[in-house]
Design a binder for this molecule. Structure first.
Ligand code: SF4
Ligand code: SF4
Length: 383
């Protein structure tokens, strides 16, 4: 295993993300403990020393499972444990304290090595201020219950910058980053900005939830054939991330023992600057080719929002474009039905046309929303 320095700790370049553990049946809460334990046993035996969980993973059961596992194997002191405060659950002062205590209990520990404010964005950052969450976390740091403090992020670069600029005690951040998402969310600009400001960076979704592991369409396969080395699709995607000197840790949410084994082989090769200029150029060509499959090219600028009927326009269009780009209907149906509430779905559109007037890309939003709903809506998946 290779290690990098994350907030002064010697952390394996590959972290174990406990958000896609194997389950018994379709129910996310029903973690297959035997298989999951085998995966963790293998990962830890091969040098992985970082486990990342969070309050909502597996309907709350991920934290329970990880806590039980570490206790049973007496491994708490041997690994770095990370979990996150679900900001969307914080509705009043005092909620953070309740959740934090519950997390300590579930994870059967009295401290977290890495504690993150989960999925910060424009709205949740306001709540952080309103409910004095930073002060609360500083108290936990003083009490030794949080060793390192940071945030994970899923919004636009400008918000990312604001969050970094408005608090000078962040030690690290966690961003979605892969060879397709250089201009999405925090993106390359965010990675550079965080590093410039002295924050260490953890990367999540290096394989875009598995989308970069799949057999790609033939045009993209042709580009891969120009790649000078034989790398599997996931290996190539991971090496692309580890190639960055600004990245300290890459998290992968593994679902089978085979995934763990393959990712560990990849991690053993992880190296800053390992990719040649020619190889990087091929990645850029692949990105361009993937993006050319977008049906309308929404930039997620959100100028079309808010919609008077509360339709979640940019997120819905994003799911639809991802379905087309990666030919991945299942994942995007799941996202549309699980993450977009009924009152924000596309069928609430009354075709007032206000969004289209504001879209700088001239997208026929009403038409695409209708198409998106028809393709992605599946009653049986709705939560
Ligand atoms: S056209 Fe539909 S989505 Fe657009 S602003 Fe009007 S109601 Fe909202
Ligand atoms: S304004 Fe246009 S490009 Fe921007 S998020 Fe809305 S649909 Fe996408």
């Amino acid at each position: 295993m290779k290690y990098r320095n994350l907030c002064g700790e010697k952390v394996s370049v590959l972290g174990f993300g406990a958000m896609r553990l194997p389950t018994k049946g379709d129910e996310s809460k029903n973690i297959d403990k035997k298989k999951s334990e085998e995966m963790l046993d293998y990962a830890l035996k091969h040098g992985v020393n970082y486990i990342d969980t969070a309050y909502p993973y597996h309907g709350g059961e991920s934290e329970n499972f990880v806590g039980e596992y570490l206790k049973k194997k007496n491994l708490r002191k041997d690994i770095f444990l990370a979990t996150k405060l679900p900001m969307w659950k914080v509705k009043e002062k005092g909620d953070a304290d309740k959740i934090f205590k519950e997390q300590l209990e579930k994870l059967k520990t009295n401290y977290f090595d890495f504690y993150l404010l989960h999925a910060l964005g424009k709205k949740s950052w306001k709540k952080v201020e309103e409910f004095e969450i930073l002060q609360f976390c500083e108290e936990q740091i003083k009490a030794g219950k949080i060793k390192h403090f940071g945030f994970s992020f899923h919004d636009k670069y400008a918000i990312f910058k604001k969050i970094i600029d408005e608090y000078d005690k962040w030690e690290f951040c966690q961003i979605q980053y892969n060879y397709m998402d250089v201009d999405m969310q925090a993106g390359r600009k965010g990675l550079d900005y965080a590093a410039d400001k002295g924050l260490d960076v953890i990367v999540m979704e290096p394989l875009r939830g598995g989308q970069l592991c799949k057999e790609p369409p033939s045009e993209i396969k042709n580009l891969w054939q120009k790649f000078p080395r034989e790398l599997s699709y996931p290996d190539a995607a991971l090496q692309w991330v580890w190639n960055h000197k600004e990245v300290q840790l890459v998290l992968s949410g593994m679902s089978t023992l085979q995934h763990v084994k393959e990712n560990i082989i990849s991690a053993e090769k992880a190296k800053i600057g390992s990719l040649t200029a020619k190889e990087l150029k091929i990645f850029a060509e692949i990105r361009k080719e993937f993006l050319s499959r977008r049906p309308f090219g929404c930039t997620s600028c959100k100028y079309c929002e808010p919609c008077p009927e509360d339709v979640a326009i940019s997120r819905i269009l994003g799911f639809y474009e991802n379905y087309k780009i990666y030919d991945d209907l299942e994942r995007n149906q799941k996202f549309y039905n699980n993450f977009i509430k009924a009152e924000n779905k596309a069928d609430n559109c009354v075709e007032c046309g206000k969004c289209e007037e504001k879209c700088p890309q001239g997208i026929n939003i009403m038409k695409w929303l209708e198409k998106a709903h028809n393709k992605l809506y599946k009653k049986s998946l709705e939560k």
